[in-house]
Design a protein around this ligand. Structure first.
Ligand SMILES: [Ca+2]
Ligand SMILES: [Ca+2]
Length: 88
């Protein structure tokens, strides 16, 4: 019985480690750039989220909001996301 508990504990630990690593890699996924509200889609709601973020946190960095990839979150990212959404 003790051996089964050890195996189950090992499987649970492996699952948790795997889930954490997938989450970390997912955060760096370039396809999520522009998904400012983190719902998995890039649409006008992200534009609103980015505008609100810029009003309250101008200059702070958040990778999914750095649409042009210059290492900063600013009005240029808002303009680029706006143009991306207009193009469809
Ligand atoms: Ca979104
Ligand atoms: Ca930027």
């Amino acid at each position: 019985m003790k051996k089964i508990k050890t195996v189950v504990a090992g499987l649970v630990a492996a699952t948790v480690i795997f889930a954490c690593s997938v989450t970390c890699f997912a955060d760096a996924n370039p396809w999520r750039i522009g998904d400012c509200n983190g719902d998995g889609y890039v649409n006008v709601a992200d534009l609103v989220t980015l505008k609100t973020y810029l009003k309250n946190n101008y200059g702070k960095y958040r990778s999914t909001m750095d649409v042009n990839g210059d290492g900063r979150v600013d009005d240029l990212d808002y303009d680029m996301l706006y143009r991306m959404l207009l193009r469809g």
